[in-house]
Ligand binder design. Structure first.
Ligand code: DGP
Length: 127
């Protein structure tokens, strides 16, 4: 696997503190912040601190500690934003991770979008 990571991408700059962000949660391996162009009342981006291009790069090469931390942050964000459909008022959410050309990924640093606060509609357009 030869993933080329561009360390000038916008999320790399956010991680280096070169660009401000609206942080929701940060841990040793993970950062979560609000999307600058929110598509829903809640729109949080979760990114690893490590230099991973996309979901498969991260899943195939990150350490167990990084993988676990990332998943725990997603859980904490869903809980903290009141999105969990667990019978305590949350109405649910959608996770999206775009990769590559067909995924129409804009920023080449792995990220998961957490979207909620409204009905997100059908998963994808059929065309
Ligand atoms: P994607 O298409 O999955 O690569 O989505 C990239 C997202 O990143 C898009 O929803 C807009 C968001 N975004 C782009 N630049 C910035 C930025 O400088 N700050 C923040 N907070 N979000 C950004």
């Amino acid at each position: 696997m030869a993933y080329a990571y561009d360390d000038q991408n916008i999320f790399a700059k956010i991680l280096r503190g070169e660009i401000p962000n609206d942080t929701v949660l940060e841990t040793e391996h993970t950062l979560a912040f609000r999307d600058i162009q929110p598509k829903a009342p809640v729109h949080v981006l979760v990114i690893p601190r490590g230099a991973y291009v996309n979901a498969d790069h991260f899943a195939n090469t990150a350490s167990d500690a990084e993988l676990a931390d990332f998943q725990r942050v997603i859980g904490r964000i869903c809980t903290g934003e009141g999105l969990c459909p667990d019978g305590e008022g949350g109405a649910g959410y959608r996770l999206i991770s775009n990769a590559g050309t067909h995924g129409v990924q804009e920023v080449p640093h792995y990220h998961v979008h957490i979207l909620g606060g409204r009905n997100m509609g059908r998963m994808v357009d059929s065309d």
